[in-house]
Design a protein around this ligand. Structure first.
Ligand code: FAD
Length: 314
Protein backbone atom coordinates (compact mmCIF):
# COMPACT_ATOMS: atom_id res chain seq x y z
CA UNK A 1 0.00 0.00 0.00
CA UNK A 2 1.38 3.43 -0.90
CA UNK A 3 2.13 5.88 1.87
CA UNK A 4 0.00 8.94 2.47
CA UNK A 5 2.06 11.74 3.98
CA UNK A 6 0.40 13.75 6.73
CA UNK A 7 2.07 16.97 7.90
CA UNK A 8 1.71 17.02 11.69
CA UNK A 9 0.42 20.14 13.47
CA UNK A 10 1.87 20.18 16.96
CA UNK A 11 2.42 22.58 19.82
CA UNK A 12 4.97 21.82 22.57
CA UNK A 13 5.11 18.16 21.52
CA UNK A 14 1.34 17.81 21.64
CA UNK A 15 -0.35 16.63 18.45
CA UNK A 16 -3.30 18.80 17.44
CA UNK A 17 -6.70 17.24 16.89
CA UNK A 18 -6.69 18.11 13.21
CA UNK A 19 -3.75 15.75 12.66
CA UNK A 20 -5.76 12.85 14.08
CA UNK A 21 -8.49 13.77 11.57
CA UNK A 22 -5.98 13.81 8.71
CA UNK A 23 -4.60 10.42 9.76
CA UNK A 24 -8.15 9.05 9.77
CA UNK A 25 -8.70 10.38 6.24
CA UNK A 26 -5.27 9.09 5.13
CA UNK A 27 -6.20 5.53 6.17
CA UNK A 28 -8.91 5.51 3.51
CA UNK A 29 -6.31 6.22 0.84
CA UNK A 30 -3.25 4.21 1.89
CA UNK A 31 -0.76 3.80 4.71
CA UNK A 32 -0.54 6.94 6.86
CA UNK A 33 2.96 8.32 7.40
CA UNK A 34 3.25 11.37 9.63
CA UNK A 35 5.78 14.09 8.87
CA UNK A 36 7.02 15.87 11.99
CA UNK A 37 9.05 19.04 11.70
CA UNK A 38 10.92 20.21 14.80
CA UNK A 39 11.46 18.68 18.23
CA UNK A 40 9.01 16.68 20.35
CA UNK A 41 8.28 13.77 18.00
CA UNK A 42 8.98 11.29 20.81
CA UNK A 43 6.23 12.78 22.96
CA UNK A 44 3.75 12.98 20.09
CA UNK A 45 4.45 9.45 18.84
CA UNK A 46 1.81 7.71 20.98
CA UNK A 47 -0.99 9.91 19.63
CA UNK A 48 0.15 9.37 16.05
CA UNK A 49 0.24 5.61 16.65
CA UNK A 50 -3.26 5.72 18.14
CA UNK A 51 -4.63 7.14 14.88
CA UNK A 52 -2.85 4.78 12.56
CA UNK A 53 0.48 6.36 11.58
CA UNK A 54 2.78 3.52 10.54
CA UNK A 55 5.80 5.81 10.14
CA UNK A 56 6.79 9.15 11.56
CA UNK A 57 9.34 11.00 9.44
CA UNK A 58 11.14 13.54 11.60
CA UNK A 59 12.90 16.57 10.21
CA UNK A 60 15.28 19.03 11.86
CA UNK A 61 13.85 21.88 13.88
CA UNK A 62 15.94 24.17 11.68
CA UNK A 63 13.21 23.97 9.04
CA UNK A 64 11.01 26.01 11.33
CA UNK A 65 13.52 28.87 11.20
CA UNK A 66 12.33 29.74 7.72
CA UNK A 67 8.99 30.68 6.24
CA UNK A 68 7.07 27.73 4.68
CA UNK A 69 9.41 26.89 1.75
CA UNK A 70 11.60 24.30 3.58
CA UNK A 71 8.54 22.30 4.61
CA UNK A 72 7.40 22.21 0.99
CA UNK A 73 10.85 20.98 -0.07
CA UNK A 74 10.73 18.28 2.61
CA UNK A 75 7.24 17.09 1.65
CA UNK A 76 8.05 17.08 -2.07
CA UNK A 77 11.27 15.12 -1.47
CA UNK A 78 9.53 12.53 0.72
CA UNK A 79 6.57 12.22 -1.66
CA UNK A 80 8.99 11.51 -4.53
CA UNK A 81 11.23 9.11 -2.61
CA UNK A 82 8.36 7.13 -1.10
CA UNK A 83 6.12 7.24 -4.19
CA UNK A 84 3.41 8.61 -1.91
CA UNK A 85 -0.24 8.32 -2.91
CA UNK A 86 -1.06 11.79 -1.55
CA UNK A 87 0.08 14.53 0.79
CA UNK A 88 -2.41 15.82 3.37
CA UNK A 89 -2.07 19.00 5.41
CA UNK A 90 -4.52 20.93 7.56
CA UNK A 91 -6.08 23.90 5.78
CA UNK A 92 -4.47 26.63 7.87
CA UNK A 93 -3.22 29.72 5.99
CA UNK A 94 0.43 28.61 6.43
CA UNK A 95 -0.23 25.02 5.42
CA UNK A 96 -2.20 26.05 2.34
CA UNK A 97 0.87 27.91 1.17
CA UNK A 98 3.00 24.86 1.89
CA UNK A 99 0.49 22.72 -0.03
CA UNK A 100 0.63 24.99 -3.09
CA UNK A 101 4.43 25.03 -3.13
CA UNK A 102 4.62 21.26 -2.65
CA UNK A 103 2.25 20.66 -5.57
CA UNK A 104 4.32 22.93 -7.81
CA UNK A 105 7.47 21.01 -6.92
CA UNK A 106 5.72 17.71 -7.61
CA UNK A 107 4.20 18.97 -10.85
CA UNK A 108 0.80 17.90 -9.54
CA UNK A 109 -2.22 19.78 -8.27
CA UNK A 110 -3.50 21.12 -4.98
CA UNK A 111 -6.98 21.07 -3.47
CA UNK A 112 -7.58 23.42 -0.54
CA UNK A 113 -10.36 23.82 2.03
CA UNK A 114 -11.46 20.25 1.48
CA UNK A 115 -14.19 19.02 3.85
CA UNK A 116 -14.05 15.33 2.98
CA UNK A 117 -12.03 12.93 0.88
CA UNK A 118 -12.72 9.44 -0.42
CA UNK A 119 -10.33 6.51 -0.75
CA UNK A 120 -9.94 7.19 -4.45
CA UNK A 121 -8.99 10.78 -3.75
CA UNK A 122 -12.16 12.58 -4.72
CA UNK A 123 -12.21 15.67 -2.54
CA UNK A 124 -15.33 17.45 -1.41
CA UNK A 125 -15.41 21.23 -1.07
CA UNK A 126 -17.98 23.43 0.52
CA UNK A 127 -18.18 26.60 -1.60
CA UNK A 128 -20.20 29.83 -1.65
CA UNK A 129 -20.32 29.73 2.13
CA UNK A 130 -21.56 26.17 2.26
CA UNK A 131 -24.40 26.70 -0.24
CA UNK A 132 -22.82 24.38 -2.81
CA UNK A 133 -20.82 21.17 -2.54
CA UNK A 134 -18.32 20.41 -5.29
CA UNK A 135 -16.17 17.36 -5.95
CA UNK A 136 -12.69 17.54 -7.41
CA UNK A 137 -9.75 15.31 -8.15
CA UNK A 138 -6.12 16.00 -9.04
CA UNK A 139 -5.58 14.32 -12.38
CA UNK A 140 -1.81 13.99 -12.48
CA UNK A 141 1.02 13.44 -10.04
CA UNK A 142 0.79 13.20 -6.26
CA UNK A 143 -2.29 15.12 -5.08
CA UNK A 144 -1.70 17.64 -2.31
CA UNK A 145 -4.80 18.19 -0.24
CA UNK A 146 -5.48 20.76 2.49
CA UNK A 147 -8.32 19.54 4.70
CA UNK A 148 -10.30 21.87 6.94
CA UNK A 149 -10.08 21.19 10.68
CA UNK A 150 -13.18 19.52 12.17
CA UNK A 151 -14.34 18.15 8.82
CA UNK A 152 -13.42 14.48 9.11
CA UNK A 153 -14.30 12.82 12.44
CA UNK A 154 -11.16 11.32 13.97
CA UNK A 155 -11.35 7.59 14.60
CA UNK A 156 -8.55 5.67 16.30
CA UNK A 157 -6.87 2.64 14.70
CA UNK A 158 -3.49 1.40 15.85
CA UNK A 159 -0.31 2.02 13.85
CA UNK A 160 3.39 1.35 14.53
CA UNK A 161 4.50 5.01 14.39
CA UNK A 162 8.10 4.02 13.69
CA UNK A 163 10.37 7.05 13.85
CA UNK A 164 12.63 7.63 10.84
CA UNK A 165 14.85 10.62 10.28
CA UNK A 166 14.17 12.51 7.06
CA UNK A 167 16.96 14.57 5.61
CA UNK A 168 16.54 17.38 3.20
CA UNK A 169 19.15 19.68 1.74
CA UNK A 170 17.51 23.04 1.59
CA UNK A 171 17.89 25.15 -1.53
CA UNK A 172 19.08 28.72 -1.27
CA UNK A 173 15.62 29.91 -2.23
CA UNK A 174 14.02 27.96 0.63
CA UNK A 175 16.14 29.76 3.20
CA UNK A 176 15.53 33.18 1.70
CA UNK A 177 12.85 34.23 4.17
CA UNK A 178 13.73 33.74 7.82
CA UNK A 179 11.37 33.91 10.79
CA UNK A 180 12.61 36.74 12.99
CA UNK A 181 10.12 36.52 15.83
CA UNK A 182 7.28 34.32 17.01
CA UNK A 183 4.62 35.84 19.21
CA UNK A 184 2.68 33.25 21.14
CA UNK A 185 -0.89 34.38 21.59
CA UNK A 186 -2.14 34.16 25.12
CA UNK A 187 -3.91 30.86 25.47
CA UNK A 188 -6.14 31.75 28.38
CA UNK A 189 -8.15 29.28 30.38
CA UNK A 190 -10.70 28.46 27.66
CA UNK A 191 -10.31 25.63 25.16
CA UNK A 192 -8.95 26.37 21.71
CA UNK A 193 -11.77 27.49 19.40
CA UNK A 194 -11.31 24.95 16.61
CA UNK A 195 -10.85 22.06 19.03
CA UNK A 196 -13.53 22.87 21.60
CA UNK A 197 -16.44 20.50 22.24
CA UNK A 198 -18.68 23.47 23.00
CA UNK A 199 -18.54 26.94 21.43
CA UNK A 200 -20.57 29.97 22.53
CA UNK A 201 -20.48 32.77 19.95
CA UNK A 202 -21.71 36.33 20.11
CA UNK A 203 -22.79 38.54 17.25
CA UNK A 204 -23.94 42.09 16.61
CA UNK A 205 -26.85 41.38 18.95
CA UNK A 206 -24.42 41.58 21.90
CA UNK A 207 -24.55 45.33 21.23
CA UNK A 208 -21.15 46.45 22.56
CA UNK A 209 -17.61 45.34 23.28
CA UNK A 210 -18.82 44.01 26.62
CA UNK A 211 -18.82 40.32 25.74
CA UNK A 212 -19.10 39.25 29.39
CA UNK A 213 -22.58 37.78 28.85
CA UNK A 214 -21.12 35.48 26.15
CA UNK A 215 -17.99 34.68 28.16
CA UNK A 216 -19.97 33.89 31.32
CA UNK A 217 -22.11 31.33 29.49
CA UNK A 218 -19.01 29.89 27.79
CA UNK A 219 -17.24 29.54 31.13
CA UNK A 220 -20.18 27.86 32.80
CA UNK A 221 -20.16 25.29 29.96
CA UNK A 222 -16.36 24.97 29.74
CA UNK A 223 -16.67 26.28 26.20
CA UNK A 224 -14.62 28.36 23.78
CA UNK A 225 -15.85 31.81 22.79
CA UNK A 226 -16.47 32.69 19.16
CA UNK A 227 -17.74 35.79 17.39
CA UNK A 228 -19.43 36.75 14.16
CA UNK A 229 -17.64 38.99 11.72
CA UNK A 230 -20.00 41.84 12.55
CA UNK A 231 -18.82 41.66 16.17
CA UNK A 232 -15.17 41.38 15.13
CA UNK A 233 -15.41 44.21 12.57
CA UNK A 234 -17.02 46.40 15.23
CA UNK A 235 -13.90 45.85 17.33
CA UNK A 236 -15.88 44.08 20.05
CA UNK A 237 -13.91 40.83 20.00
CA UNK A 238 -10.46 39.88 18.66
CA UNK A 239 -10.17 38.70 15.10
CA UNK A 240 -8.77 35.23 15.96
CA UNK A 241 -12.16 34.29 17.42
CA UNK A 242 -14.15 34.94 14.24
CA UNK A 243 -16.20 31.96 13.07
CA UNK A 244 -17.15 31.66 9.42
CA UNK A 245 -16.03 31.71 5.85
CA UNK A 246 -13.21 34.15 6.50
CA UNK A 247 -12.69 33.01 10.08
CA UNK A 248 -12.35 29.65 11.79
CA UNK A 249 -14.33 26.51 11.02
CA UNK A 250 -15.71 24.83 14.10
CA UNK A 251 -17.62 21.60 14.45
CA UNK A 252 -18.34 21.19 18.16
CA UNK A 253 -20.91 18.96 19.82
CA UNK A 254 -22.75 22.12 20.85
CA UNK A 255 -22.71 25.55 19.20
CA UNK A 256 -24.58 28.38 20.91
CA UNK A 257 -25.24 31.45 18.75
CA UNK A 258 -26.15 34.56 20.72
CA UNK A 259 -27.46 37.50 18.69
CA UNK A 260 -26.21 36.11 15.38
CA UNK A 261 -28.51 36.33 12.36
CA UNK A 262 -27.09 33.27 10.59
CA UNK A 263 -25.68 34.81 7.40
CA UNK A 264 -24.39 32.27 4.91
CA UNK A 265 -20.78 33.29 5.56
CA UNK A 266 -21.23 32.63 9.29
CA UNK A 267 -22.93 29.29 8.66
CA UNK A 268 -19.97 28.22 6.53
CA UNK A 269 -17.88 28.07 9.69
CA UNK A 270 -20.30 26.32 12.04
CA UNK A 271 -23.01 24.45 10.14
CA UNK A 272 -21.45 21.05 10.78
CA UNK A 273 -21.85 21.50 14.56
CA UNK A 274 -23.69 18.50 16.01
CA UNK A 275 -26.22 20.57 18.00
CA UNK A 276 -27.00 24.22 17.38
CA UNK A 277 -28.77 26.46 19.88
CA UNK A 278 -29.72 30.00 18.87
CA UNK A 279 -30.91 32.94 20.91
CA UNK A 280 -32.24 35.80 18.82
CA UNK A 281 -34.92 38.40 19.39
CA UNK A 282 -36.09 38.17 15.77
CA UNK A 283 -38.24 35.05 15.20
CA UNK A 284 -37.51 35.33 11.46
CA UNK A 285 -33.71 35.24 11.87
CA UNK A 286 -32.22 32.70 9.42
CA UNK A 287 -30.20 31.08 12.21
CA UNK A 288 -33.44 29.42 13.37
CA UNK A 289 -33.59 27.43 10.07
CA UNK A 290 -30.36 25.77 11.16
CA UNK A 291 -30.89 25.57 14.92
CA UNK A 292 -31.88 22.37 16.70
CA UNK A 293 -33.15 24.50 19.56
CA UNK A 294 -34.09 28.16 19.35
CA UNK A 295 -35.07 30.79 21.89
CA UNK A 296 -36.76 33.97 20.69
CA UNK A 297 -35.71 36.59 23.19
CA UNK A 298 -33.18 39.16 24.29
CA UNK A 299 -29.83 37.46 24.78
CA UNK A 300 -29.07 39.77 27.70
CA UNK A 301 -31.99 38.19 29.54
CA UNK A 302 -31.83 34.62 28.22
CA UNK A 303 -28.06 33.96 28.41
CA UNK A 304 -27.64 34.99 32.10
CA UNK A 305 -30.62 32.79 33.03
CA UNK A 306 -29.03 29.92 31.16
CA UNK A 307 -25.68 30.52 32.88
CA UNK A 308 -27.37 30.61 36.27
CA UNK A 309 -29.28 27.39 35.59
CA UNK A 310 -26.14 25.58 34.42
CA UNK A 311 -24.13 26.79 37.42
CA UNK A 312 -26.88 25.57 39.76
CA UNK A 313 -26.70 22.07 38.29
CA UNK A 314 -22.93 21.74 38.64
P1 FAD B 1 -26.37 40.71 12.06
O1 FAD B 1 -26.57 40.06 10.75
O2 FAD B 1 -26.53 42.19 12.16
O3 FAD B 1 -27.33 39.99 13.08
C1 FAD B 1 -27.49 40.37 14.41
C2 FAD B 1 -28.61 39.52 14.97
O4 FAD B 1 -28.73 39.78 16.34
C3 FAD B 1 -29.97 39.83 14.32
O5 FAD B 1 -30.55 38.62 13.87
C4 FAD B 1 -30.79 40.43 15.46
O6 FAD B 1 -32.15 40.04 15.41
C5 FAD B 1 -30.11 39.83 16.66
N1 FAD B 1 -30.20 40.65 17.88
C6 FAD B 1 -30.01 41.97 18.01
N2 FAD B 1 -30.10 42.33 19.30
C7 FAD B 1 -30.37 41.19 20.00
C8 FAD B 1 -30.57 40.91 21.37
N3 FAD B 1 -30.48 41.88 22.31
N4 FAD B 1 -30.85 39.64 21.72
C9 FAD B 1 -30.95 38.65 20.79
N5 FAD B 1 -30.75 38.87 19.47
C10 FAD B 1 -30.45 40.12 19.09
N6 FAD B 1 -19.60 36.70 8.89
C11 FAD B 1 -19.18 35.87 9.84
O7 FAD B 1 -19.79 35.77 10.92
N7 FAD B 1 -18.03 35.14 9.63
C12 FAD B 1 -17.32 35.19 8.51
O8 FAD B 1 -16.30 34.52 8.40
C13 FAD B 1 -17.77 36.05 7.47
N8 FAD B 1 -17.12 36.13 6.30
C14 FAD B 1 -17.61 36.93 5.31
C15 FAD B 1 -16.98 36.94 4.07
C16 FAD B 1 -17.48 37.72 3.06
C17 FAD B 1 -16.79 37.71 1.72
C18 FAD B 1 -18.62 38.52 3.28
C19 FAD B 1 -19.18 39.36 2.18
C20 FAD B 1 -19.25 38.52 4.50
C21 FAD B 1 -18.74 37.74 5.54
N9 FAD B 1 -19.36 37.71 6.78
C22 FAD B 1 -18.92 36.82 7.72
C23 FAD B 1 -20.41 38.67 7.16
C24 FAD B 1 -21.81 38.12 7.09
O9 FAD B 1 -22.33 38.33 5.80
C25 FAD B 1 -22.73 38.85 8.10
O10 FAD B 1 -22.68 40.23 7.84
C26 FAD B 1 -22.33 38.61 9.55
O11 FAD B 1 -22.20 37.23 9.81
C27 FAD B 1 -23.43 39.18 10.43
O12 FAD B 1 -23.07 39.04 11.76
P2 FAD B 1 -24.19 39.02 12.88
O13 FAD B 1 -25.10 37.87 12.65
O14 FAD B 1 -23.51 39.12 14.19
O15 FAD B 1 -24.93 40.42 12.64
Amino acid sequence: MAEVLVLVDHVDGEVKKVTTELLTAARRIGEPAAVWVGGGAESGKAKLAEFGAEKVYTAAAELNDYVVAPKAELLAKLAGEKSAAAVLVSATPENKEIAGRTAVKLGSGVLTDVVDITGDLVAEHSVFGGATITHARVRSGVPVVAVRPNSVPAEPAPGAAELEEAEVELSEAATGAKVVERVVQEKGARPELTEAAIVVSGGRGVGSDDFSVVEALADSLGAAVGASRAAVDSGWYPNQFQVGQTGKTVSPNLYVALGISGAIQHRAGMQTSKNIVAVNKDPEAPIFELADFGVVGDLHTVAPQLTEEIDKRK
